[in-house]
Write a protein that binds this ligand. Structure first.
Ligand SMILES: [Zn+2]
Length: 154
């Protein structure tokens, strides 16, 4: 089940998606007719299955075709995976920021940290080291950089 909250900020409609995106999703109903400026916050999207992906692409493609300016913010790791797998997943939209998985080299905790895509590009598509939030040890990027950041170089 997906939950959507909407907030109008000046010209921009900000929608926050949370939960899991599946066949039952109806973006036309949840978001409504696409506005001129749409920002989609994906922080709380835990998973998306193939039917969810189809519904997602259908809605956002139609929106882009109507001239909606799309921006995707705080993309969860589940969303980043789809962006990398499916070349038109964000259609013409801009991906502003993504969550990046880390693991601590001392206590093995799994962490996520938010980065702006411009900063990742400036950093040569590598993730900087982080301090573990649990033990203050060194946390390192926990995926394959060429794959996780792949969409930023295409
Ligand atoms: Zn730690």
């Amino acid at each position: 089940m997906i939950n959507v909250t909407k907030e109008q900020k000046g010209e921009v409609l900000v929608v926050r998606l949370s939960g899991s995106i599946e066949e039952s999703v109806n973006f036309d109903q949840l978001i409504g007719p696409p506005p001129p400026d749409l920002h989609v916050n994906c922080k709380e999207v835990s998973r998306i299955n193939s039917a969810g992906v189809k519904a997602w692409i259908k809605y956002f493609q139609a929106a882009a075709a109507k001239g909606t300016k799309l921006r995707f913010l705080e993309c969860s790791t589940a969303i980043v995976e789809q962006i990398n797998l499916i070349s038109n997943f964000v259609v013409t939209g801009e991906v502003e920021s993504i969550y990046v998985p880390f693991s601590c080299t001392s206590c093995k905790a799994e962490l996520i940290a938010l980065f702006k895509t411009v900063d990742l590009k400036a950093n040569g598509l590598t993730a900087p080291e982080l301090k573990c939030t649990k033990c203050s040890g060194n946390a390192v990027f926990d995926d394959i950089e060429e794959e996780y950041f792949g969409f930023l170089s295409r």
